[in-house]
Ligand binder design. Structure first.
Ligand code: AP5
Ligand code: ZN
Length: 217
């Protein structure tokens, strides 16, 4: 089972993907995480992506598509029960390119799940998020606090606030979402692939709705 998990910044894609990985043995492919890893390793794509990401803008399609294609091609036999695309595609051009990848690499996207959350809620979620420097796990100072402040529950790593979580960058991320990514909702609706889920519920209730959708498949 291969699925696309869509939604605005802070909608809970990473949170829900982590639950799906644990229960269903799926592999999470987060383009945001891949870019951040490339940045830490100072590869050329890492340097380029950081230039756009830190201001809240999308990395240009050509770079993003190439990175995703290479990743899929290299790992096609290691995805276990399938994969979750978290944060890709984010433009119509990326969605079209993904269709080309399906043909050339021989896989199929089974469903597109869209997490719907109001912008006011998103702002609160993004400003309170803390991410583990070591394993990438995410927490929230109010909604999912770590047991010890500033320390990851999973691995003991240090928690930090991402560079693109400043008020200015969040503003750009939300307007970029409106302009470039929201049109994908209609794109996948017209293809009959989209399930909309209310992302403004508790993490467990959102997860239970996602599970119902996947079980129906
Ligand atoms: P990326 O890392 O993908 O960021 P994003 O889409 O903005 O998503 P986030 O990771 O911020 O949020 P999320 O939906 O995963 O929410 P989370 O579960 O953490 O991308 C970063 C950048 O990389 C982009 O800006 C762009 O520059 C570049 N990029 C990536 N993909 C690209 C692409 N395809 N094309 C071009 N550029 C690309 O939850 C957020 C917080 O809320 C957490 O603290 C969590 O604990 C809390 N929370 C989650 N669910 C709930 C709930 N139900 N109730 C209460 N709190 C909750
Ligand atoms: Zn950790």
């Amino acid at each position: 089972m291969n699925i696309i998990l869509m939604g605005p910044p802070g909608a809970g894609k990473g949170t829900q993907a982590a639950k799906l990985v644990k229960e269903f043995g799926l592999t999470q492919i987060s383009t945001g995480d891949l870019f951040r890893k490339a940045h830490r390793e100072q590869t050329s794509i890492g340097v380029i992506s950081d230039y756009f990401s830190k201001f809240g803008r999308l990395v240009p399609d050509d770079f993003t598509n190439e990175m995703v294609y290479d990743y899929l091609k290299e790992n096609m036999n290691n995805f276990g029960n399938g994969f979750i695309l978290d944060g890709y595609p984010r433009t119509i051009l990326q969605a079209r390119e993904l269709e080309y990848f399906e043909e050339s690499l021989g896989f199929k996207i089974d469903a597109v799940i869209n997490l719907d959350v109001d912008f006011d809620v998103l702002k609160k979620r993004l400003s309170g998020r803390r991410t583990c420097k070591n394993c990438g796990a995410t927490f929230h100072i109010m909604y999912k606090p770590p047991k010890v402040e500033g320390v990851c529950d999973n691995c003991g790593g240090e928690l930090y606030q991402r560079e693109d979580e400043t008020e200015a960058a969040v503003k750009v991320r939300l307007s970029t979402y409106e302009g470039q990514t929201r049109p994908l909702i209609d794109y996948y609706k017209m293809k009959g692939m989209l399930t909309n889920i209310n992302g403004d519920q508790s993490m467990d209730d959102v997860y239970s709705d996602i599970k119902k959708c996947l079980e129906a498949l």
